[in-house]
Design a protein around this ligand. Structure first.
Ligand SMILES: NC(=O)c1ccc[n+]([C@@H]2O[C@H](COP(=O)([O-])OP(=O)(O)OC[C@H]3O[C@@H](n4cnc5c(N)ncnc54)[C@H](OP(=O)(O)O)[C@@H]3O)[C@@H](O)[C@H]2O)c1
Length: 327
């Protein structure tokens, strides 16, 4: 496993993390025993970075991670959580008192004195124009409730605005083979400002594993069924906003590029780690096998230039015209 410094947090984290949205129970069936085994399998494979949020299963994901941390005392694990979505998205709700309450709840769920990293959870664009929001976060660092803070954003422009605030240590953003715009406008600027970058939805919600087909049936509680057109939240979070059939067709083109002995998911993760400015990819895993396979992507050889060029061209021709300017 490769380790990289997560920007101004000054902490070393694994280049492959563990995305803990699904183990909260927010999409598809999961059982806690399997989820815990998946967390341990990840840590055994060298993963030290775990991404969760206070709303994943209404705290269930955080509590599972809290239990897991209790079972691995003494290890240098890093948990990034998020806040801001327990209330309707309204700037009036983001007061210092609310932040304190949400952070205390997450500390409780995780069983820690101080959060390693709290990320504002895709707040409205306007929030990045309100310095008092970031001043409140600075105060929470001073008080010792959080070690550092960052933002999780939908759009590149939100990320660029957020990192103007010097206290922002990290940005979480969607970046994958079918979402390439952050490389054009954002990654270099993040590196210049020493801001860590966590890339979420690295497998385009499973599309880039190559295992989905037009006949795949998703569970009723799975956003890949109920949010295909953004019915519940930003459509960019589901299949990275790419129309399902178009995504499947692009995946067929990717098959011949998968390195021998690797899976398409591993290639997709390795592709992300090729980009300068990326700290880590945080694939969502539900099982020990998935967690182990994802972790192993860090050890793959760099993708050959011909594969990188083919992926760039596929994006340019098939994906860019459809979604590029949206996020
Ligand atoms: N607004 C935000 O801040 C936000 C939004 C979205 C996500 N996130 C974070 O980013 C993380 C990752 O995003 P995501 O979970 O939405 O999408 P993702 O990582 O792109 O995809 C997860 C999907 O890939 C499948 N998968 C994972 N590893 C696999 C493997 N090795 N082999 C085969 N299939 C595999 C899972 O399988 P199944 O088919 O078994 O389900 C799951 O459906 C989340 O867990 C969360 O921590 C944050």
């Amino acid at each position: 496993m490769e380790y990289r410094r997560l920007g101004k947090t000054q902490r070393q984290v694994s280049a492959i993390g563990f995305g803990a949205w699904a183990i909260g129970g927010s999409w598809g069936e999961v059982d806690d025993a399997t989820s815990l085994r998946a967390l341990h399998a990840a840590a055994d494979a060298g993963v030290t970075l775990f991404d969760t949020a206070d709303v994943y299963g209404d705290g269930h994901s955080e509590r599972l991670i809290g239990q897991f941390l209790g079972e691995r005392r003494g290890e240098s694990l890093f948990v990034a959580t998020k806040m801001g979505r327990r209330v309707p998205l309204d700037l009036a709700a983001y007061t210092p008192e609310a932040f304190r309450e949400w952070i205390d709840r997450s500390r409780d769920n995780l069983g820690v004195e101080r959060l390693d990293l709290i990320q504002l959870h895709c707040l409205p664009t306007d929030s990045y124009y309100h310095p008092e929001i970031f001043a409140a976060l600075d105060d929470l660092v001073t008080q010792g409730a959080i070690a550092s803070y960052g933002v999780s954003v939908e759009r590149v422009e939100e990320a660029l605005k957020a990192i103007e605030f010097p206290g922002v240590a990290s940005v979480q953003i969607i970046y994958n083979i079918v979402r390439q715009r952050p490389a054009e406008h954002f990654l270099a600027e993040a590196a210049r400002r020493d801001v860590g970058v966590l890339t979420r939805v690295p497998l385009a919600s499973g599309l880039l594993t190559g295992k989905l087909s037009k006949d795949t049936v998703f569970d009723e509680s799975d956003h890949r069924r109920f949010n295909r057109h953004g019915e519940a939240f930003d459509v960019g979070e589901t299949f990275a906003g790419v129309d399902y059939e178009t995504g499947l067709a692009v995946v067929e083109e990717l098959r011949s590029l998968v390195p021998a002995g690797a899976t398409m998911a591993q290639m997709a993760l390795r592709w992300i780690l090729m980009a300068e400015g990326v700290t880590a990819a945080i694939p969502g895993a539900k099982t020990p096998d998935q967690a182990r396979a994802n972790a192993a992507a860090s050890d793959l050889a760099p993708l050959p230039p011909a594969a990188m060029e083919r992926i760039a061209r596929l994006y340019e021709e098939r994906i860019k015209p459809l979604v590029h300017q949206r996020w």
